[in-house]
Design a protein around this ligand. Sequence first.
Ligand code: RP5
Length: 164
Amino acid sequence: MKVAIVMGSKSDFEVVKNAIIVLKKFGVEVETRVMSAHRTPDEALEFVGSAKENGFDVVIAAAGKAAHLPGVLASKTILPVIGLPIKSSTMDGLDSLLSIVQMPSGIPVATVAINGAENAGLLAIHMMALKYEVLSNKLDEYRVSMKNDVLKQDADVIEMAAKL
Ligand code: RP5
């Protein structure tokens, strides 16, 4: 159960850390790196080219602006790649989102919302849950706990509204 998280710049870390947190909460090993499709392409391609034989199950690639990193990484591995668009420019992350989501046929990248780091981590967990039953069980527990939270919110709001 091992995920590679690659980001284009250290400046992405504040967002990316939410993926690391959720993966660690589920007991998944995470390796987190800065590698850029534009600034360090050789390192990025070498890393992802051996990711499968190095035991990784999924790659999460976070990038902003002209966010080519997820697509470039996906071109060199058959591991599933999850693209995480980072809001790091004057275009509010729409540039990153479109750069990541509009992949040409043949090389898919699963794309989450702009700054959707927690869902990137969770999606990786869902993918790995097909292989590791322990993750499947933890996801069931997670869903129950999320449901209970929302039921509690519902009860709270009913009470708050009644008092108005
Ligand atoms: C992208 O450019 C990075 O992923 C980052 O989101 C953005 C800005 O990078 P820095 O100029 O902050 O290094 O490659």
